[in-house]
Design a protein around this ligand. Structure first.
Ligand code: SF4
Length: 537
């Protein structure tokens, strides 16, 4: 009869915590080994036997690439959707031809699918994708177990801006055909995305000229240097870095002309991303950024327009955004919902005259009043001579200035949705006036004041925005309009652009919008259809 042994007691010895085969399996002092269960006596005929890890073997395995991912995997849906698009715009740049020399080019179907899948997983780095292609089953399925270099991926992302925009238009066409873009209500919103530049890299024009001089000298000196023993690849990389630095500095210098043309008070440009602008952030701080304008169809939350701009002010972007949507879909939205940043007299009138119902908060009369006072101060008008201190004389149908001179009616005209009635003093009265320097220091032809009257479109907007219907629609704005922006930042990890320069960041924003719309199609059409299919036998 077998003798009853306590757990941990070997067949030969009785040392607790020791297995028959020591080495990696040996228990550590004070820590019970794997055979020991506290407070329990276990009866065993033999010592435990564990499977050991063998990392010195070479294996040859069969992989069914098609079965690397499940039938419901989103990579399959992305591949299917991209396969429906016309990629001839990308094909035009492929140099490899049948019967020609060199390796065949990588199919744009694969490169587009890889980028869309990567953005959907929050991967925005070409190097990260290159690594994922080596071990991640979804990437291996997409590539058919082939490797793709980070250079190829990175060049492809930014080299085909026009073809990508065309792809976005096609995507909206497909979604529209499936009834996902009714365009009854469009929400417009802007979000600041950080530029790939540091806040401390902004310099004055003089400093950038100095740096540019140094960069040109460094390039010239490098041309004269004898060939080093380093590899050609390293030399090319150094050359490229010097050339790119010089180009960036040249671009930074050009920004000063642009800033001057826009009458900007900004006197500095970024050396790392010259197109970036310092913009206010949601957290109250400021950082080098771009303003990404997103138009979303409210029915199924589909992005119908996206554009990156250098302007921090949203109100200038509404009309161009609606024009882009009209151009892309060949239809006009019935209603546009915006926040206070887009409300201006010009936008209210512009939307009304296009036959679009605008929903948004009332224009702030307090800020209009403050702006008027600021404008008087800037023109050197003292408070006593602001237009509010001019009185209207019913008998003569003219205004009377604080010095008792008459300003008869002169002309009327419309600007920014406001009808302006102008009353003007005579040139002689003002030029002889002892207080001219405090009333109209720069008016050579005499002081004029304007009586403002909102045009009918503004009055109708004000009335409509007081109704319960308009208020209820406006309350839905944050949920719908801000959702794509938050999704792009949180899920696609696009809080900061991976590329530099306005054209390239615009292309990256387009990738994000394309990815977002394809994910909406997967959620609304592909998943329900896949779920309805009978399970394989
Ligand atoms: S400058 Fe002309 S408008 Fe102004 S106070 Fe004198 S007269 Fe009147």
């Amino acid at each position: 009869m077998a003798k009853k042994r306590k757990r941990g007691e070997s067949a030969k010895g009785k040392v607790k915590g020791e297995t028959r085969d020591d080495g990696d399996q040996r228990g550590l002092p004070g820590i019970p080994n794997q055979n020991e269960v506290e407070g329990e006596d276990v009866e065993r005929a033999s010592p435990v036997r564990l499977k050991k890890v063998d990392r010195r073997q070479l294996l040859l395995r069969t992989i069914d690439v098609e079965r690397l991912i499940s039938d419901e995997h989103p990579a399959r849906a992305i591949w299917e959707f991209v396969g429906r698009l016309d990629l001839s715009g990308f094909m035009a740049h492929v140099n490899s031809v049948e019967g020609g020399a060199g390796r065949p080019a990588i199919d744009p179907h694969l490169l587009v699918s890889l980028w869309v899948y990567s953005y959907s997983r929050g991967v925005g780095s070409a190097r990260a994708i290159e690594r994922l292609c080596e071990h991640d089953p979804a990437y291996q399925w997409l590539t058919g177990m082939e490797s793709i270099s980070a250079h190829t991926l990175s060049d492809f992302r930014v080299a085909h801006g026009e073809s990508l925009r065309e792809l976005f238009v096609q995507t909206l066409g497909l979604l529209s055909a499936e009834g996902l873009v009714p365009l009854a209500r469009v929400m417009q919103d802007g979000t600041r995305v950080r530029a790939n530049a540091c806040s401390g890299g902004f310099r004055s024009k003089e400093r950038i000229e100095e740096f540019l001089e140094q960069a040109r000298d460094a390039l010239e000196a490098a041309d004269k240097e004898p060939e080093e023993e380093s590899s050609r690849q390293e030399q090319r990389a150094r050359e490229r870095a010097r050339r790119e630095k010089k180009e960036r500095l040249e671009s930074a210098l050009k920004q000063f002309d642009k800033l001057k043309a826009h009458k900007s008070r900004v006197q500095r440009a970024s050396m790392s991303d010259p197109d970036a602008r310092i913009m206010k952030q949601a957290d109250g701080g400021s950082a080098p950024s771009y303003n990404v304008q997103v138009s979303t169809d409210a029915a199924y939350s589909v992005i119908v327009g996206i554009e990156t701009t250098q302007s921090g002010a949203d109100y200038r972007e509404l009309t161009p955004a609606i024009e882009r949507v009209e151009q892309t879909l060949d239809r006009t939205p019935e209603q546009v919902v915006v926040d206070g940043g887009y409300i201006s007299h010009a936008n209210i009138v512009s939307m009304a005259r296009r036959g679009i119902e605008l929903i948004g908060p009332q224009p702030r009369s307090k800020s209009a009043q403050a702006n008027r006072q600021k404008s008087f101060r800037q023109r050197g008008v003292s408070p006593k001579y602001e237009s509010s201190n001019f009185t209207y004389d019913e008998a003569t149908k003219a205004y009377v200035c604080p010095e008792g001179k008459f300003l008869p009616y002169d002309a009327k005209y419309e600007r920014n949705g406001v009808m302006r009635y102008r009353y003007k003093a005579s040139e002689q009265d003002c030029n002889k006036c002892p207080v001219k320097a405090r009333c109209c220091p720069h008016a050579r032809l005499g002081r004029a004041i304007e009586l403002l009257e909102p045009v009918p479109e503004i009055q109708a907007f004000r009335r409509e925005m007081q109704t319960e219907r308009a208020k209820a629609i406006y309350r839905t704005r944050p949920e719908v309009a801000e959702f794509p922006n938050l999704w792009i930042k949180a899920k696609f990890q696009l809080r900061q652009f991976h590329v530099r320069g306005l054209a390239k960041v615009n292309t990256e924003a387009l990738w994000a919008a394309l990815t977002y719309d394809i994910l909406q199609w997967i959620r609304l059409r592909w998943k329900p259809r896949t779920a309805a299919l009978p399970a394989p036998a």
